[in-house]
Design a protein around this ligand. Structure first.
Ligand code: ADP
Ligand code: MG
Length: 459
């Protein structure tokens, strides 16, 4: 398999930029998918999160794009605003050396009026969520009649979220002759059917995840009752002490209960599920990514597609009925040659699910005894970082350098004490070493950033 970007028929600006980005070799989904994508074929790409799917379609879009044209060339649909933002950011990064490429996001939760105004100035690539895209199509403020490439990203999750009808409706606004690319982590029957409806003669590209399973140590614990799960989690954490981990739960209510239980036991946890407001989600995700939280407690729907990998452990608080979902969850741990830990809790009646996983993975499952784990100490995992908010963001033209500058010059921190800096529209979040957060907050409260005063505090 060819793995060098140079051997693809890509515009020279794209190749030069890939070099600068240090994208040295193609990921497997790119190596297998890009030749078909660049050839204008329809493609169904199956690969898990973090496998580089965005570039697998975005490079195709950018390569066939004529920036001299005013028409919308491509539509990318994503399940959530967060994912749409991730795709738009990655696409802009890949497009850096092409002149005047306009990538626009069209998602719910932000002003429709501003989106329509921006659209009237022209855009080449629309990245959006189905609901809002369909609304603007119906209002005729969005015209997709000349679209060349239609992408369904995280298609399985879009179906989980009930977007099937919206997607089909959106497709009626697109030209019949077009390229349609569908990406999905899993491949249940409804995805196959969707592909048949919106694609023609699609090429299937699948990246095996099998090789990674071997580096994951998978343990199953049978419990008497669901009520024993919280204590089992504490025992597991006490014995294995993973520094960052995700806990998968069946329902929104359970995620909140588990997160509350962990926090009560001194473990910094945040939960995400479909009912959260976008800004609540952003805070939790930012704090987990910047190492201010040890645990992320999530439903499958909320966690799928998010770029969180390389975790020390995954805990299945509830066992999924679909073995493919199990494999997908477990794949969040044990990346890049490191061994990951996967713990699954279940009750006796759920043996069928265990058998399904065993069949699917073709391996014998080892069942461990929870009562054999002795707990002799309080588990108190303190995350390395804490998060500070600043009441200013992009609207105030704040840049990471301004914030870092203020933390070093005004708050007298070392730059090594400062972690991720996330600048949102009207707010910013900064990860600070746990033992330096108070100093940072008290000094910046009275100090200035870029010669202005902002409110600061614990996120
Ligand atoms: P997916 O959509 O499959 O979850 P993404 O497209 O978000 O994955 O890519 C995951 C990460 O890998 C991103 O940070 C991206 O910048 C990076 N990446 C993608 N392709 C390459 C490559 N060929 N070389 C190095 N990094 C890459
Ligand atoms: Mg993606």
């Amino acid at each position: 398999m060819e793995t060098k970007f140079e051997n693809l028929e890509l515009k020279s600006e794209l190749l030069t930029n890939l070099k600068e980005l240090k994208y040295e070799t193609m990921t497997p989904i790119q190596a297998q998918g890009l030749p078909f994508v660049l050839d204008g074929r329809d493609v169904i790409g199956r690969a898990k999160t973090g496998s580089g799917k965005t570039a697998a379609f975005a490079l195709g879009i950018l390569n066939s794009l004529d920036t001299g044209s005013q028409n919308i060339h491509s539509l990318v649909l994503c399940p959530t605003r967060e994912l749409a933002d991730q795709v738009a950011t990655e696409t802009r990064k890949l497009a850096r050396m092409l002149k005047n490429v306009k990538v626009m996001t069209i998602c719910g939760g932000t002003s429709e009026y501003h989106q329509e105004k921006s659209l009237s100035h022209g855009a080449h690539i629309i990245v959006g969520t189905p609901g809002r895209v369909l609304r603007l199509l119906k209002k005729k403020t969005l015209n997709l009649s000349l679209v060349n490439t239609f992408v369904l990203d995280e298609a399985d999750r879009m179906l989980d979220m009930g977007f099937h009808d919206d997607i089909m409706h959106i497709a009626t606004y697109l030209p019949k002759v077009r390229q349609t690319l569908l990406f999905s982590a899993t491949y249940p029957e409804d995805i196959q059917k969707l592909g048949e409806k919106v694609q023609k003669d699609a090429e299937h590209v699948k990246v095996d995840t099998d090789h990674e399973e071997n580096t994951i140590s998978q343990m199953f614990f049978e419990l008497q009752s669901h009520k024993d799960k919280n204590d089992a989690v504490l025992k597991i954490l006490d014995k294995y002490r993973p520094d960052r981990f995700i806990i998968f739960c069946k329902t929104k209510i359970i995620t909140d209960q588990v997160a509350a239980f962990l926090n009560k036991n001194g473990i910094y946890a945040g939960s995400i599920h479909g009912d959260l407001m976008q800004n609540e989600r952003t805070v939790v995700m930012t704090m987990f990514a910047n190492r201010s939280l040890s645990a992320l407690v999530a439903t499958d729907v909320a966690a799928r597609g998010l770029d969180i990998q390389g975790l020390a452990a995954v805990i299945n608080y509830d066992l999924p009925s679909d073995p493919e979902v199990y494999v997908h969850r477990v794949g969040r741990t044990g990346r890049a040659g490191e061994t990951g830990l996967a713990f699954s809790l279940y009750v006796e009646q759920e043996h069928g699910k265990l058998d399904a996983i065993e069949d699917y993975s073709n391996k014998n499952i080892k069942i461990e005894d929870i009562s054999a784990i002795e707990v002799d100490s309080q588990y108190d995992l303190i995350p390395e970082m804490k998060t500070m908010y600043i009441s200013g963001g992009k609207k105030d033209k704040l840049r990471p350098g301004d914030i870092l500058g203020a933390l070093v010059n005004e708050a007298k921190l070392e730059s090594a004490d400062v972690g991720d800096i996330n600048i949102m529209n009207v707010l910013s979040y900064v990860a600070i070493k746990e033992d330096k957060i108070e100093q940072a907050i008290s000094k910046l409260r009275n100090g200035r950033i870029k010669n202005r005063r902002f409110r600061v505090g614990h996120a």
